[in-house]
Ligand binder design. Structure first.
Ligand code: NDP
Length: 440
């Protein structure tokens, strides 16, 4: 703890994981002897680099670049790149640490990593984003490879950024290799990858609801964010007959109580992915209320908005204890985390105490990295699976993750607690591999 002081988000994630691993200690004295618990919390390596680039006015800009390769015991390092001004080493370490367990849960051979930069793509021209991505790859290329480390997207890194990053890698390395996932369909991407995290989070919610003989259809849902994860969460909710009623961005939240329809979602995709506009424009276009500088969880708390399901799909720590109390009071009984660690530890305790079906991010949002793993398999085989085939595999993986969480929670005395289940199920495979390697 002392050595990582100041890395608030990392300490929060490490505390959550290590606390829920406590029941494994007495059953695995070999892990204790080999100091697996201490070793898993230290990254294999952290690469920090400068990213100098030139903006449209000819001025030189400098950003910080990060790639933290946390653990490759069960496969090549794998995890997204985040471009956001809040990015620092503590945030990248928390995300990389979580990724170890998430990737293990998918059952695919992938280690854990994360990277990114404090660069803010918002308000930048396409040319500026391209020059930044090229400068970022100018350093990153020497640390990645199809069998070493395969980054993907995250906040601020979508199809456009992956295209620029991959195009520059190809130019300087001259190898058409599977070094990034989330690629365009024309150059090695997988069908369903853009949809995977959002779809997966709804599939996970559906599995949780099944344990109480309930289903997604006819439920009212709050979704936060309006980026990649939020967009496809809403799409799957609509397809399964639910009524999603909120979307947000860093400027505020729209509430559409009549329900966001497929037509309205098409408007959001164009607004966010091509026009790069703000979600407040939805309010003006469809004549619904906009709550400036509020999250959907603030609106539930302040307006007593009733919802059955919640899909936090924006950023870490967006749901605090007072939000959790208000959500339960207003009928919310199932939370499936599309975002990474969107719920504070206090708020998680409230959901667990109140018997809310609570799916933590490392299980509920693992569909994205799972389909990234399938993209790597397709690249290695040099073939492309159909939309139906990838979607079926995704559904199968989400079902299996849900089942392993439930089984691990039961085996370790916390039946139905998906936090304990996800952490233990993800941990055991990695820990056994680390043990097999000896002290390295
Ligand atoms: P995007 O960049 O596509 O969208 C992020 C959305 O969240 C935007 O609407 C953004 O608003 C909003 N947002 C981000 N930070 C803040 C903030 N500090 N305050 C308020 N709003 C904020 O990212 P993704 O959809 O890809 O990622 C969302 C979450 O899902 C993240 O936690 C990510 O780690 C997680 N995740 C993503 C996966 C993926 O496959 N993409 C896989 C697994 C997890 P604005 O545009 O105003 O910034």
């Amino acid at each position: 703890q002392e050595k990582d002081s100041g890395q608030v988000e990392f300490l929060q994630a490490a505390r959550e994981v290590l606390t829920s691993l406590e029941p494994t200690v007495s059953k695995h004295p070999d892990f204790v002897k080999a100091k697996i618990y201490e070793r898993i919390a230290v990254p294999d390596r952290a690469i920090l680099f400068k990213v100098p680039w030139v903006d449209d006015s000819g001025e030189v800009q400098v950003n910080r670049g990060f790639r933290i390769q946390f653990n490759n015991a069960i496969g090549p390092y794998k995890g997204g790149l985040r471009f956001h001004p809040s990015v620092n080493i503590g945030i990248i370490k928390f995300l990389g640490f979580e990724q170890i367990f998430k990737n293990s849960l998918t059952t695919l051979p992938m280690g854990g990593a994360k990277g990114g930069s404090d660069f803010d793509p918002k308000g930048k021209s396409d040319g500026e984003v391209m020059r930044f991505c090229q400068a970022f790859m100018r350093e990153l290329y020497r640390h990645i490879g199809p069998d070493t480390d395969v980054p993907a997207g995250d906040i601020g890194v979508g199809a456009r950024e992956i295209g620029y990053l991959y195009g520059y890698y190809l130019k300087i390395v001259n190898q058409n290799a599977s070094v990034l996932t989330g690629k365009g369909l024309e150059y090695g991407g997988s069908l369903i990858r853009p949809e995977a995290t959002g779809y997966g989070s709804v599939y996970f919610a559906s599995e949780m609801l099944g344990t109480r003989k309930q289903e997604i259809a006819a439920k009212t849902a709050a979704v936060s964010g309006s980026g990649n994860v939020a967009q496809y969460t809403v799409e799957k909710l609509i397809q399964l007959g639910a009524k999603p009623i909120t979307l947000s961005d860093s400027n505020g939240t729209i509430v559409d109580e009549s329900g966001i329809t497929a037509e309205k979602l098409a408007y959001v995709l164009d607004l966010k992915n091509y026009r790069r506009g703000r979600i407040s424009e939805y309010a003006a276009k469809f004549n619904v209320p906009f709550f400036a500088n509020k999250s959907p969880w603030d609106v539930i708390k302040e307006q007593n908005l009733k919802v059955d399901l919640a899909f936090p799909s924006s950023h870490e720590n967006e749901i605090e204890a007072a939000h959790a109390e208000a959500m339960v009071k207003n009928g919310c009984f199932c939370v499936s985390e599309g975002a990474n660690m969107p719920t504070t530890l206090d708020a998680v305790d409230i959901f667990l105490e109140k018997n809310v079906l609570y799916g933590p991010g490392k299980a509920a949002n693992a569909g994205g990295v799972a389909v990234s793993g399938l993209e790597m398999s397709q690249n290695a085989m040099r073939l492309t699976w159909s939309r139906e085939e990838v979607d079926q595999r995704l559904q199968g993986i989400m079902k299996n993750i849900h089942q392993s969480c439930l089984e691990a929670s039961e085996a370790y005395g916390a039946k139905g607690n998906y936090v304990v289940g996800a952490n233990i199920a993800g941990f055991l495979k990695v820990a056994k591999a680390m043990l097999a390697y000896g002290i390295v």
